[in-house]
Design a protein around this ligand. Structure first.
Ligand code: SOE
Length: 394
């Protein structure tokens, strides 16, 4: 199955949770999908030389570097994969694009609309030279969500009326979970809103094919200071109640109502305090002739209600998304054996490399991702302005 064509030499900046997920995807995609280019894990860049060397060894990278600019300057690197916190996305992506490197940038695209717009401009200029850029909204590549978009596009649920979207985690419910970059506005841009809220904004807009036009929002920080000393992924650990503490400068939870361009209305919720929910991305879409429902904690299933044949046997149908004719699943296991979180990243690489092979714009583009950034900004503007209705900047 491995392609014999020319290599795609990848340099990755950052090697924590997303670095591990992306590395797995670069390694795995050519082993399960026929790709027009052969990804090579060329260089892993990380400031700490020792830690980067250990990560490169574990994740399968050929070389390491301690400065991303060094990797961008190399003429034997074709693509820069950005797996760092949001405060470095703009600098790295713009430098890479100007150096003629394709870019895959983790979400959210940036920490502000201003940064996002500079990244879009750099991507549009680079695209004129055949250099492409993609933003890593990997949940789109979950087979069940890709199928949901196909069914909406086929008109199977009619005109969209309602979108209900939740992203529920609970890893900050313990007040002793230590402070990390994810709770520092200067590094992360925002908290639950940009980290996990961005995912459900992108997924909802992509599945229904319409963008959010305006919002009314609430945001809350339940725990305003935490013990210092979290781990690199920023996701866990146990702090010491008697030790040094630092301020939390981002939201712990966000909730907003939304109106879409096509007239649908939505209710969104993102929180890191939903005790018991580990990574529950829930989307329910109600249309004029049917509904779709998805929960990432049951990620191989899409629920579908076909309103066109209401009868005593009607009801939500649980579709096991694993048949060969479902999106992506024909390249993996027989139906019922299931896929996991990491498969979305592999499918993301498949979409990216396929687009690069045909010289077309991979999706989501930086322009797509900047629309999410503008929704994030509108949510923050509304939440800090007595939840007043806030139009999303065009
Ligand atoms: C933490 O909320 C996190 O790692 C997010 O940053 C990722 O985007 C998500 O896929 C899993 O949870």
């Amino acid at each position: 199955m491995t392609c014999l064509s020319r290599p795609l030499r990848v340099g990755m900046v950052g090697y924590a949770f997303m670095g591990a997920a992306h590395s797995h995807a670069w390694r795995t995609a050519p082993r399960f999908f026929d790709l027009p280019l052969r990804p090579e894990l060329s260089v892993l860049a990380g400031r700490n030389a020792g830690a980067a060397a250990q990560a490169a060894e574990r994740m399968g990278w050929n070389e390491t570097a301690t400065d991303g600019r060094e990797v961008i300057a190399r003429d034997d690197i074709d693509l820069i994969d950005i797996c760092t916190p949001g405060d470095t996305h703009a600098e790295i992506a713009i430098a890479a694009l100007e150096a003629g490197k394709h870019v895959l940038c983790e979400k959210p695209l940036a920490n502000s609309v201003e940064e996002a717009e500079r990244m879009v401009a750099a991507a549009e200029t680079a695209a004129q030279r055949g250099v492409q850029a993609m933003c890593g909204y990997s949940y789109r590549r979950t087979p069940a969500l890709t199928l949901a978009r196909e069914l909406v596009q086929e008109g199977r649920i009619g005109t969209i009326r309602h979108v209900g979207a939740q992203y529920l985690q609970d890893w900050l419910s313990d007040e002793l979970t230590p402070l990390t970059w994810r709770m520092d506005k200067a590094k992360a841009g925002s908290g639950s809103l940009g980290d996990i809220g961005a995912h459900i904004i992108d997924a909802a807009q992509w599945v229904i094919g319409s963008n959010i036009a305006g919002v009314s929002a609430l945001m809350e920080t339940f725990v305003t200071e935490r013990p210092v000393g979290g781990d690199l992924s920023g996701l866990g650990g146990k702090g010491d109640a008697s030790g040094e503490k630092g301020p939390v400068t981002v939201d712990d939870a966000a909730a907003f109502t939304a109106r879409f361009d096509d007239g649908a209305i939505g209710v969104f919720e993102a929180t890191r305090f939903a005790l018991g929910r580990k990574n529950a991305i829930r989307l329910e879409i109600n249309g004029s002739s049917g509904s779709l429902a998805f929960d990432f904690e049951d990620m191989n299933v899409l629920e579908y209600y076909d309103g066109s044949n209401s009868s005593r046997t009607s009801g939500f149908r649980r579709i096991q998304v694993g048949e060969p004719d479902h999106p992506y699943t024909g390249n993996w296991w027989p139906v019922g054996h299931g896929l996991g979180y990491e498969h979305g990243f592999t499918h993301q690489v498949v979409e990216l490399v396929t687009a690069l092979g045909s010289g077309t714009q991979p999706s989501p583009s930086f322009a797509d991702a900047s629309r999410v950034q503008r929704v994030l900004a509108a949510v923050e503007q509304s939440a800090t302005n007595e939840s007043r209705w806030q139009r999303v900047q065009r």
